[in-house]
Structure formats: C-alpha cells, structure tokens
Design a protein around this ligand. Structure first.
Ligand code: HEM
Length: 347
C-alpha cells in the first residue's frame, strides 16, 4: 500500500470540506466543490484574460484569441510530428529514474530536441521556482545577438516563431510565448503520467491507458483548482457567495465526493468502462464543457505514449517506495516517484 502525503493545506481541504458543495475558505474567497454549483458558475461567463492559465497577458500585452489559437495550432503540429517519430514504438528508450523529471526530459527532447539551447533551457523545471527567474532567462536569451536558431536549421514550428522575431522586445515576447506554449506540454504530461504510475503501477495488462489516465486525473487532478474572480453573476447562483467573493472551484474535492463516486478514494480505472469523461457529473480535469482545455488533444496521446513505453519495457514504481509527497503548487502532482525494472518470477 502506497501512502500519498498531501501538503498540510491540501490535507486540510480534504479533512474540512470533502462532501460539501459551497464553503468559505477566506474572508473574500468561497470554495465550490458541488457539481451543480460548479457547473453553473463555469457556465455563467468565460474566463477573463487574467484567469486563463496559458494565455494570460504576456509582458503586459494581451494575447488575442486568434493569436492564442494560432500558437496552439503551431505547437499542436510540432507534437503531431513528434508522435509520428514514435511509430512504431521505439524499443531502446530507458525511462527508469525519478519522475516527473525523467518524463519531462524525454518529452522535451522528443518534441523540442532540434531547438537551440537558448530556447530549450526555457523548459527547465527549475524555472518554475520563481516566475522572476524565468523572465531573467528569457531576457538574457533575447539579448543575445543574432537570430534564435540558425537559418535553414530544422527548428520546431513553435521555435520558428521566435526565429522570425526581430529586435529585443519582439524576441523577448516570442520567447515568452515559446515558454507559455511548449512548457505546459512537458510539465503537465509528465506530471499526469507520474500521478498515474504512483496510483496504479503495475497496471493490469488489459487496462487501457485511457482509463488509467482518466482515473489518475480523478484522484490527482493536475489542475486541482480553477479560479474565477468575483463577478455579479455568482451571487445570484448561490446565496452563500457574496458580491465581492472570488470563487475557487475545486475538482480535487469534487472528484472524491462520495455522493458522486463509488469507493471515491480507490484507484479503479475500470469505472471508466461505463462512464463518459466528458459528461460524468463533477468531473472537470480539463475544465468545463463551455471551454475545455485547448491542449487536451495533445496531452492524451503523449501521456498514452509514455505509458506504452513504460508498460512495454516492464518498468514499475520501485517496490521499496512506500510514500511520496504532493506539494502545494499550481500543478498537482506526486514528487520523486522512482521507476525501475522489476523482474517477476514466472507464474
Ligand atoms: C494534464 C494536462 C492539462 C490539464 C489537466 C489541463 C487543464 C486545463 C483546465 C482545467 C483548463 C480550464 C481553465 C479555466 O477554465 O479557467 C484548461 C484550459 C486551457 N488549457 Fe489546459 N490543461 C492541460 C494541458 C494543457 C497544455 C499542454 C496546453 C498547451 C499547450 C494547455 C492549454 C490550455 C489553454 C489554451 C486553455 C484555455 C484557457 C487559456 O487560454 O489559458 N493545457 N486546461
């Protein structure tokens, strides 16, 4: 039995609010985990530009929807190209080691491996430590003379956007956009797969990767909270929300609500045989039906690729590892899960 050790603030959320629908978290913040209220709040209006996780303003410049969708198409094309290179599945990949770092580096090299160092360094996990550090590295890279990447050198299309930028300000903006669009692919997918491994590895051979992933996102949703700043519509939806209250929607709690799920704390991928992840009440790993995550069509095949490679090469969570921590960060995930090859005696 593996122990998942949640940060004390997360553990307190479970302890104090599991099964509640609307509750006060702070003098100016209300938590929402009830699926009906959550549904109405998310349907009430679109996320504003500062609430959007990926395309919030960059260096004070708003990112239009058309620019955002063009950047998403570009990184989507790079991911498709990378996926093509993994068919048939490579057999010589060693994904043992500490996750999510191992998965992050594999994805960075697979998708962005042809890009110059000054762009690839933007994918460093250490940069998450402080946003300031990220911007310092971007500013330093943008200040280097010359284009980003050699002319005619094979870059990813997302790096091509930075290569075409001229002047320090434009280059800095383009590099910020590279980080915004490319980093989540490596960060979120490696986190999601780590969570799945921790919860269920080794998986039964007949269990489809999709079910493993849906169930992992139920118990450990990488996007564990969704913020909506105070809005007049919200007080009309539920009297416990006051006009000035921000609302923190908590898939982390909704996904374990005993009113919605049988054996809510158990990892049961087979429950997805009869459930539709797009319509299961209270299941919001990719946000609300009114505007679901734009990256999910990249996330799922990449996560399935990683699981295929891991399952195909006989890697499992090290049998001696019995506990792992979940820190309090924006992207909810288990830290330092050690994957090793386990030899099993023939049955
Ligand atoms: C495990 C992986 C991921 C999860 C669980 C996830 C989850 C979410 C959620 C919950 C939302 C809705 C946010 C809201 O309504 O406020 C969202 C929106 C969005 N996601 Fe994802 N996401 C993932 C990966 C990605 C990746 C890799 C990208 C881009 C490359 C991406 C791009 C977006 C965009 C563009 C939006 C729309 C709002 C915005 O502009 O930021 N996501 N995602």
């Amino acid at each position: 039995m593996r122990a998942t050790v949640f940060h004390p603030r997360l553990a307190a959320l479970f302890r104090e609010h599991l099964g509640q629908d609307v509750f006060r978290l702070e003098p100016d913040t209300v938590g929402v985990a009830g699926h009906d209220v959550a549904d109405r709040i998310l349907a009430a209006r679109r996320a504003t530009e500062t609430e959007r996780p990926t395309f919030k303003p960059l260096h004070g410049r708003s990112i239009s929807r058309s620019e955002a969708s063009s950047v998403m198409r570009t990184i989507g094309g790079d991911v498709r190209e990378a996926l093509k290179r993994t068919r048939p599945r490579p057999e010589d990949v060693d994904l043992s080691g500490s996750w999510p770092l191992r998965g992050h580096l594999f994805l960075r090299d697979l998708i962005l491996g042809r890009d110059p160092y000054r762009l690839r360094i933007l994918m460093s996990r250490n940069l998450e430590l402080t946003p300031k550090l990220t911007w310092t590295v971007i500013a330093a890279g943008a200040a280097l003379p010359g284009r980003v990447g050699r002319r005619n050198a094979p870059l990813t299309a997302i790096a091509g956007l930075t290569a075409d930028a001229t002047g320090y300000q434009e280059r800095r903006y383009a590099m910020g956009m590279y980080r915004r669009a490319a980093a989540p692919v490596c960060f979120t997918v490696s986190t999601l797969v780590t969570n799945a491994l921790w919860l269920g590895s080794p998986f039964a051979p007949e269990t489809p990767n999709r079910h493993v992933l849906y169930e992992a996102m139920r118990l450990l949703p990488p996007s564990w909270n969704i913020l909506r700043n105070a809005s007049p519509e919200f007080a009309a939806i539920d009297g416990r929300i006051e006009a000035g209250d921000d609302v923190l929607l908590l898939p982390l709690l909704a996904h374990r609500d005993p009113k919605l799920w049988k054996e809510p704390d158990e990892f049961r991928p087979e429950r997805w045989e009869n459930l539709d992840p797009d319509t299961a009440p209270g299941y919001l790993p990719f946000g609300h039906a009114s505007e679901r995550c734009w990256g999910r069509h990249m996330v799922m095949p990449l996560a399935e690729l990683l699981l295929d490679l891991i399952r195909g090469s006989g890697l499992e969570v090290a049998p001696g590892q019995s506990s792992a921590k979940v820190p309090l960060v924006g992207l909810l995930g288990v830290e330092d899960v050690r994957l090793t090859k386990v030899r099993r005696a023939a049955a």
